[in-house]
Design a protein around this ligand. Sequence first.
Ligand SMILES: C[S@@+](CC[C@H](N)C(=O)[O-])C[C@H]1O[C@@H](n2cnc3c(N)ncnc32)[C@H](O)[C@@H]1O
Length: 286
Amino acid sequence: MKAEKSSQQNMDSNRLHYDKLYQNVNVDSILKVLDNLETYMATVTSTHISWVGMYMGDFQSKVAGMDILELGCGDCRNAAILAALGARVVANDISERSCAIVAVLNDSYPFKHPIRFVSGDFTTSDLPAETFDFVIGKAFLHHLTLDLEKEILKKVAYVLKRSGEARFFETAVNSKVLDELRWATPMNDRPSKWFQPKAFKQWEASDPHPPRDNSSAHYSKVGHKFFRTVQITPLGIFERFNRLLPINQNNMGHFKRKALEFEAYVPLTIRSFGARSQVVIYRNPK
Ligand SMILES: C[S@@+](CC[C@H](N)C(=O)[O-])C[C@H]1O[C@@H](n2cnc3c(N)ncnc32)[C@H](O)[C@@H]1O
């Protein structure tokens, strides 16, 4: 089991990790996306699970003219897309590289409302109460310690308009067996926990995810502390097996789209048990 870190240590290791990762973000590729936005969104919101989740319920049609705070904006691709769709976007990340990317994007694209960047720890920011129609995060909450997550959600409830919505796309761990299977499967730079235990330990030491509960039950429980309405949608019961099947790059998009469409016919409890990801929606701040 990975050693626990304090919230500050966890923030520091995330900052270090992502400063390095975002050193060479290709802003031109983001600008290309903005120039072909409709085609890009049609593709990613039907085949790429994080975009399917983040934009669930035709989210892109709801954002023009809205005040949106994106936490953990990362390479700023999503912040740029929202701004190109006409939203007033405030972006936040612990990595200062995101700030530099926002500056280049604002200089290079005629956004109706340029993106504003709020740097560092959002819990210490002085954003006023009831400011945002949406507060969102794509693969963000599961990077926080449970203590910091509580502080952040408290502040999210504070800055969200009473009629607003907080929306997070997160990893889901609702089955120990499926989770072990995931660690057993090597992926990109991550070795197999079962078959390459030494290399896995080394990889784990530099991985910025804190050891924590990512079950749907957890996101429901912590959400209810600060919001009256919590809605969790599990995703990916079939899509998660794409790496184990003999699928080539040419038909990967087709497989993922069909897998994500088909799961709508599966009962919720089964989908929840097998989910790889989840969309967490909080409304009615307390
Ligand atoms: C997995 S990445 C997701 C980035 C982006 N949302 C995306 O979908 O590509 C997690 C992001 O959360 C950021 N992060 C981690 N801890 C944070 C914190 N305490 N405050 C703000 N951002 C944080 C990281 O720097 C990183 O950019």
